[in-house]
Design a protein around this ligand. Sequence first.
Ligand code: ADP
Ligand code: MG
Length: 242
Amino acid sequence: MAMIECQDVHKWFGDFHVLQGISQSVERGEVLVICGPSGSGKSTFIRCINRLEEFQKGHILLEGKDIHSGDFDVNELRAEIGIVFQQFNLYPHLTVIKNITLAPMKVRGRDKKAAEAQAMELLERVGIVEQASKYPAELSGGQQQRVAIARALAMRPKVMLFDEPTSALDPEMINEVLNVMKDLARDGMTMLCVTHEMGFAREVADKIIFMDDGQIVEQGPPNEFFSNPRHERTKAFLKEIL
Ligand code: ADP
Ligand code: MG
């Protein structure tokens, strides 16, 4: 059974048909990279998977269970499917450790000590344990993004979504975030990553999909995708970003 299965997902914003039948499955432990031009629907697609956006037609299943069924309330679903955004979205008025412990205590019902111990382990894992008592504004962009990853992991999600997690970072900070993502992938996390970091895609993706105008135009394993793109739109896109 796939970890995530999207079946003919359609979404409209008013009259605008933003997702025009997306079907895609991601197996447990797989990394899917999603690329495509700005406005093609990449963010909308991944935001549908944890119900930050609703869609009007089709189904999305998590381990075979429809995300709209009574099996999930939306908070539980978002605990199972973590997301990391381009703009970090940390709580500015909370310290790093509180950013990480808040949801596990509220949603997962963990006690404070256990939540803090886990947060420190996660900060160790993303390499910024010494920043635990700082506020987000005191950290660099790369450090903030690593806190955001730790915060999502604190829920012990089954799946992680990444929406251009390095696009807002200064170049010298991109690798520190990509390295954390690579570690996660190696540890077997199931990941859907919107990114234009094609080096990352080559190294860790099991499959790359190229979206344009709300559709998946092309998909394949990285070696095929890069060496032998079939569609003109993919070729043009790759030419521009590589
Ligand atoms: P991408 O992430 O590939 O750049 P998005 O999923 O953000 O694309 O957006 C796809 C299209 O949907 C764009 O044309 C965008 O303007 C439009 N769109 C995104 N969010 C909304 C919204 N809340 N209301 C109306 N249109 C939207
Ligand atoms: Mg986007």
